[in-house]
Design a protein around this ligand. Sequence first.
Ligand SMILES: CC(C)(COP(=O)(O)OP(=O)(O)OC[C@H]1O[C@@H](n2cnc3c(N)ncnc32)[C@H](O)[C@@H]1OP(=O)(O)O)[C@@H](O)C(=O)NCCC(=O)NCCS
Length: 171
Amino acid sequence: MHIRLARPDECSELPAIERSAAELFRGSSQAAVADGDVSPADFHRPLAVQGLVWVAEDGGRLTGFAACELFEDALHIWELAVRREAQGHGAGRALVMAAVAEARRRRAPAVTLTTFRDIAWNAPFYASCGFAEVLEEAFNPRLAWIRARETKLGLEAAARCAMRLTLMPAP
Ligand SMILES: CC(C)(COP(=O)(O)OP(=O)(O)OC[C@H]1O[C@@H](n2cnc3c(N)ncnc32)[C@H](O)[C@@H]1OP(=O)(O)O)[C@@H](O)C(=O)NCCC(=O)NCCS
């Protein structure tokens, strides 16, 4: 398995990876995610053009991806997904580390994301990568907008948390 930047034309493969990855939620407290919508290729393509989408490749097949966007305050991980049959072999952690390395390279102050608080492969996993929760009262307008959008899409606010890996202390 190796991690590399995605070519924009490969983004058409990413929705199927996200759908396969979401099967992990079946039987969990967030089972609805398994049948939820996934981001379309058009969402990922402009991010890939900017060199902000990484893929895990195994034997010539794409098995996972991380799609990120650079903001003034942080590199934000929008999606992280590994095909159901490829999970548990280190691709997810390697994709997060690729995004963190790029954030450092671009001198972003932090890496951020939102995730499910009580799902083992969500917040506890990111905590093991060095992320810490951002409490709602400390949200900046960008994180507040993301939370509001998630709530509008039907995600229970109490089940979600925002997380941040600080790379540079605030001035
Ligand atoms: C999250 C995800 C991308 C991790 O990918 P992965 O390749 O399986 O991850 P890794 O093999 O690198 O494992 C990383 C850690 O995730 C956690 N983890 C992975 N699968 C797990 C599972 N089935 N149950 C509990 N924890 C799990 C473990 O903490 C693991 O660390 P460890 O190997 O040191 O114990 C993958 O589980 C996935 O696609 N999940 C569905 C989509 C999702 O939840 N995306 C994140 C949205 S914020």
